[in-house]
Design a protein around this ligand. Structure first.
Ligand code: ATP
Length: 199
């Protein structure tokens, strides 16, 4: 089995690419969704989050208070490191389990989708990494339409991510999301063939 990371800046088309991979028979591990789930459900993660950021990290119903946590983490490097130390090893362990399960199930390609892969050193544990890239103008339009947020909010998120040139330089493969979904799908099909045939 081959493992492939799929990453890219906000709104570049990562999820779209992953849906195409799924249609072709790949399995996708959505790392960011798994991180959210762990912070909510994993007893050890909850305990460590409370120890690090206080009981106000969860509301009276036991739900993670994302807004509160964001105020503690945003722009505070030490707290970013603390939360990453709680969440990353658990996501990594969940990925290892997903890998074993995919192998047992005879899956040819397991995709690891995450907004940050290189930043977290995750590429070391993957056979290859594909970066999805689209123009800044398209990304701004797609995300403002999808999430009902302002361009300034999307730009603020972009400013905290690795620049596209850096992502492209570090990628093993670049998927060009130039606007045509059919063209993007063809690139995904070619990459799937290439990775699966080489197994
Ligand atoms: P995020 O970083 O926010 O998780 P993402 O990289 O996963 O986003 P997607 O969710 O796949 O990106 O795409 C962002 C939005 O743009 C979605 O609403 C998607 O339907 C739309 N989109 C992506 N690519 C195209 C395209 N080629 N043509 C039209 N719409 C597109």
């Amino acid at each position: 089995m081959t493992t492939l990371g799929v990453t890219g800046g906000i709104g570049s088309g990562k999820t779209t690419v992953c849906r195409f991979f799924e249609e072709l028979g790949a399995r996708v591990f959505y790392a960011d969704a798994e991180a959210k789930r762990l912070m909510q459900e994993d007893p050890g993660a909850r305990e460590e989050i409370v120890a690090a950021f206080g009981a106000e990290s969860y509301d009276a119903d036991g739900r993670l208070d994302r807004a509160y946590l964001a105020t503690r983490i945003f722009g505070d490097e030490a707290n970013v490191t603390r939360i990453n130390r709680i969440v990353h090893p658990r996501v990594f362990a969940a990925f290892q389990q997903a890998k074993e399960a995919a192998e047992r199930d005879g899956i040819a390609l397991l995709v690891h989708e995450a907004a940050l892969i290189f930043e977290a050193g995750g590429d070391r544990h993957l056979d290859a990494v594909a970066v999805v890239d689209a123009s800044v103008a398209d990304r701004l339009r797609w995300v403002t339409e999808r999430d009902g947020v302002s361009e300034a909010q999307v730009q603020a998120r972009m400013a905290h991510q690795l620049p596209p040139e850096e992502l492209r330089r570090r990628a093993d493969y670049v998927l060009e999301n130039t606007g045509s979904l059919a063209a993007l799908r063809r690139q995904v099909e070619r990459l799937y063939e290439r990775l699966v045939k080489g197994r």
